[in-house]
Design a protein around this ligand. Structure first.
Ligand code: ATP
Length: 215
């Protein structure tokens, strides 16, 4: 008998915002996830360096999790000194949680770019993929992703409870038109970020003078 599924949301979280949190809360509700683990990336393989330190991004993710029932922080990738590939983390999690379906949460932008991920074809051997709608990113799939959906797309959420991995679920979440890039730009203009991220995270940013306008 399998345990209830959990969600994993990896990200740079520079900073964490409602575009990360609302779709994850809705996925937890819709799919009956036992918990959502926020997984801050240390050295993102496909991205430029983050603006804040790992410690600051982790502090903000911890504050967000503390405000959100059912959310916890998984710090494992920050503890590594080499690039963190999602596949490596999923292999590790699968070994730790042999009887738990794992739902890897991502936005539509990430699904469209999936063929650039390291060993992307193997991700579904370890987890399900739960894909949230994201404004600006249409389900206009490249051929590789279309083929993957053809093999793995599920219309029955029980598939994500009955199997430990191997299904893709397209979430019907409320679209949130926000990116960390947009939020950093807003902060760099000295504007008020209230309601775009948890209040405790906004306080942390103000206290530590992060993403401030250049004098
Ligand atoms: P940046 O603007 O710095 O590129 P970001 O806002 O896209 O950052 P990430 O930390 O890169 O945030 O995102 C982590 C995960 O959250 C990715 O799977 C991404 O698709 C998803 N995500 C981020 N913002 C949204 C959003 N507004 N709606 C749905 N998913 C989102």
């Amino acid at each position: 008998m399998l345990k209830p599924p959990i969600g994993i949301l990896g990200g740079t979280f520079d900073p964490i915002h409602i575009g990360h949190l609302r779709p994850a809360i809705e996925a937890r509700e819709a799919l009956g996830l036992a918990e959502v683990r926020l997984l801050p990336n240390h050295i993102p393989p496909h991205r430029a360096s983050p603006f804040c330190s790992s410690e600051q991004r982790l502090a903000m993710v911890r504050l967000a999790a503390a405000e959100t029932p059912g959310f916890v922080v998984d710090e494992r990738e920050l503890g590594r000194d080499k690039p963190s590939y999602t596949i490596d983390t999923l292999v590790e999690l699968r070994a730790e949680l042999p009887d738990t379906p794992i739902c890897f949460l991502m936005g539509m932008d990430s699904l469209l770019g999936l063929p650039n991920w390291h060993r992307w074809q193997e991700l579904l051997d370890y987890a399900h993929l739960v894909v949230s709608a994201r404004p600006g990113w249409q389900p206009d799939y490249p051929a590789d992703v279309k083929a993957l959906l053809g093999r793995h797309l599920s219309q029955d959420k029980q598939d994500l409870h009955r199997h430990r991995h191997g299904h893709i679920w397209l979430a019907g979440n409320l679209p949130v038109e926000l990116s960390a890039t947009g939020l950093r730009a807003l902060l760099a203009e000295g504007r008020d970020p209230r309601y775009l991220l948890p209040a405790s995270v906004a306080d942390y940013i103000a206290r530590h003078k992060l993403y401030q306008p250049t004098p």
